[in-house]
Design a protein around this ligand. Structure first.
Ligand code: FAD
Ligand code: NAD
Length: 475
């Protein structure tokens, strides 16, 4: 006899585990099914984000930045370090320890909130009075009965058809986070978020990194001024070699290196590297879910179709996170998970996808929320723009991080903030003020009139708001 639940969540990434926790908090009998196994072959909760995404990448970024500081930045403070060296296996072990602590933490949170944690692949078996979900784990199988189902099966890396991942020479995100030594020559296909974050890590540890990007421009999703500054910093200061507008035509694995052929600058070119990271985007993960078994609608690209409230075409079946439309970001997945659990409880919850912040954890960091200048121009929206550099901020200078700026865009008539774009130190933290302001429909003048602590990086946000009205004080 199948155990019955009010809510069964499929997937324990940030969308799924948060949905399960919130559903349990609201008094629902809840189970969460997840099939992820770590490199040691053990079930590990937390999905892509905790196991092979957000958390491990930030751990490696921090390690590599510390190494960079020792090599190139400590001298200015009068600190000298003789024979600085990085032990990559220690760095990787530290990353794994952080991951294990957090994935184990999810298991603890499930116990605390009485969420039944079930390991295996959840498959829709039948629909009738509720849904039967079969959980398959190797030869074992069990069934759960659910009144409500939340699908949070996440995403998987896209492979190029001619370059399948092999975990050694051609790497996806998991492989890029597990390298045990610094490759002398590293190739990256895709100058997106993963390409830039992972490229930065290994460049700082000494790799010669070449990034091949298909689009003609660099970081086209970002505001054009930010993208321009980022390209300058990443190529001139960090030393990434970036080729945009290229078409990769083949990837050939040799005994100990990879040969990449591509068309770029009007001619055929070749890049030989010791290993290659392919980071050309991710696709929704609905394989093996049994969507067709119950008539769950999936679009042409494999995303589960949902409305603005994450409802699918089936009654009492919801989907959240990377497996549905919208940005593939952990915080977006989590908020959708909370909103869906609350909606099942009859509450009115909503996630505003227009104000989801983006962060790229390079150095300097890049963060934004809302509209870019180019999108406002294209849409014919009248706006005013204010920009202020970190160079003129005392805290940034004291930190030795003067690169970058904050740019604020506000409606020309109403002064309502339409977008905020940051490249600079702790952009990931600074962007929160802009998100709060935009959620409360603030104007640039509101930010200009709020007291900001001195000396702090937040003063750059303050000055950018003043700059919208052409009245900066410190420049
Ligand atoms: P996932 O985290 O992908 O979790 C889905 C889970 O469901 C997985 O455990 C999967 O094994 C399991 N599953 C799938 N199908 C089934 C099934 N049928 N039955 C049972 N289990 C199943 N986002 C940020 O916001 N900030 C960052 O800094 C950031 N860094 C990233 C770095 C990298 C290298 C990568 C790859 C991604 C990063 N992301 C980041 C994106 C973020 O990881 C995802 O947006 C987020 O994990 C999506 O959450 P999710 O719950 O939708 O899916
Ligand atoms: P991405 O969409 O950020 O970037 C992929 C890049 O590859 C794009 O610039 C695209 O034009 C390029 N590309 C596509 N096909 C190509 C080809 N054949 N040859 C050369 N270039 C090609 O995707 P990603 O970097 O793989 O990351 C996937 C997703 O994971 C991101 O979109 C993001 O949602 C999430 N993520 C977020 C963070 C963060 O929040 N800091 C970090 C890492 C990943």
């Amino acid at each position: 006899m199948a155990e019955s639940y009010d809510v069964v969540v499929i997937g324990a990434g940030p969308g799924g585990y948060v949905a399960a926790l919130r559903a349990a908090q609201l008094g629902f009998k809840t189970a969460c099914i997840d099939n992820f196994k770590n490199a040691a072959g053990k079930p590990s909760l937390g999905g892509t984000c905790l196991n092979v995404g957000c958390i491990p990448s930030k751990a490696l970024l921090e390690s590599s930045e510390n190494f960079e500081r020792v090599l190139h930045k400590f001298g200015a403070h009068g600190i000298s370090v003789k024979e600085a060296a990085i032990d990559v296996p220690t760095m990787i072990a530290r990353k794994q320890k952080i991951v294990d602590q957090f994935t184990g933490g999810i298991a603890g949170l499930f116990r605390k909130n009485k969420v039944a944690s079930v390991h295996g692949t959840g498959v829709f078996a039948s629909a009738g009075d509720g849904y039967t979900i079969e959980v398959r784990d190797g030869a074992k199988s069990q069934s759960l009965q659910a009144k409500n189902v939340i699908v949070a099966t996440g995403s998987v890396p896209r492979a190029l058809p001619f370059a399948p991942f092999d975990g050694e020479l051609v790497l996806d995100n998991a492989g890029a986070l597990a390298l045990e030594s610094t490759p002398k020559r590293l190739g990256v296909i895709g100058a997106g978020v993963i390409g830039l974050e992972m490229g930065s890590v290994w460049r700082r540890l000494g790799s010669e990194v070449t990034v091949l990007e298909a689009l003609p421009g660099f970081l086209q999703a970002a505001d054009e001024a930010i993208a321009k500054e980022a390209l300058k910093v990443f190529t001139k200061d960090l030393g990434l070699v970036v080729h945009t507008g290229v078409q990769v035509t083949s990837v050939e694995k040799r005994s100990s290196f990879v040969s990449v052929a591509y068309e770029g600058g009007g001619k055929s070119q070749r890049l030989d590297v010791d290993c290659l990271i392919v980071a050309v985007g991710r696709g929704p993960n609905t394989q093996g879910l049994g969507a067709e078994q119950v008539g769950l609608k999936v679009d042409g690209r494999g995303f589960i179709e949902v409305d603005a409230d994450c409802r699918t075409n089936l009654p009492n079946v919801y989907a959240v996170g990377d497996v549905v439309r919208g940005p593939m970001l952990a915080h977006k997945a989590m908020e959708e998970g909370v909103a869906v659990a609350e909606r099942i409880a009859g509450q009115a919850a909503h996630v505003n996808l227009d104000h989801v912040p983006w962060v790229i954890y390079t150095s300097p960091e890049i963060a934004w929320v809302g509209r870019t200048e180019q999108s406002l121009r294209e849409a014919g929206v009248k706006y005013r723009s204010g920009q202020f550099p970190f160079m003129a901020n005392g805290r940034a200078r004291a930190l030795g991080e003067p690169t970058g700026f904050v740019k604020m865009l506000a409606d020309a008539d109403t002064d309502r903030i339409l977008g905020v774009h940051i490249i600079g130190p702790f952009a990931s933290e600074l962007i929160s003020e802009a998100v709060v302001a935009m959620e409360f429909d603030a104007s640039s003048e509101d930010i200009a009139r709020i007291v900001h602590a001195h000396p702090s990086l937040s003063e750059v946000m303050h000055e950018a708001a003043l700059a919208v009205d052409k009245r900066t004080l410190h420049i």
